[in-house]
Design a protein around this ligand. Sequence first.
Ligand code: FNR
Length: 182
Amino acid sequence: MSKKIAVVVGSLRKGSFSKQIAKNVMKLFPSDYEPEFVEIGNLPLYNEDIDTPENVPAEYTAFRDQIKEAAGVLFVTPEYNRSIPGGLKNAIDVGSRPYGQSAWDKKPAAVISVSPGAISGFGANHALRQSLVFLNMPTLQQPEAYIGNVTNILDEDGNVAEGTVGFLQSIVDAYVELLNRY
Ligand code: FNR
């Protein structure tokens, strides 16, 4: 049976570079893995008042179920103001509740930060890792994946240059090794 990988992209915009990078990475998984995008843009802002058995939004439940069904979670995110975009933090919060039933618990994760700038989303990458520690997600340490100057490596069809494919493959290979340990 193929193992699902939930791919969570921190950007909501249609032309997102992060999403384009994610698409390139998804193609590099072995055939027994099934990476699929999990939508975060439809999640109402997390509010404990509505997160009750009577009122829980259908979007929260669907999102939590998708994460729970996955063997692991691949995060591909831009950096907003040296941290992660609010929509991604909201998704993390939604997935972490109800208390004691976190969808993220023990899911092996990998983080790829993406930026048109030279600092490569380092701040977002590590801000995200801070939450993943608390959420008990064993997270790929090496190779680290900071994709900077992203507009230089994507062609007009959204494909990465040959040299970058090898780098992305090394991330996927190490992540699959991590997944196999759990
Ligand atoms: C940005 N951007 C940005 N870039 C970066 O490298 N470090 C940062 O701290 C920020 N801060 C930031 C804040 C906000 C509110 C926006 C909208 C943008 C620029 C960002 O990297 C750029 O817009 C990317 O194209 C966003 O990623 P996607 O949507 O292409 O995946």
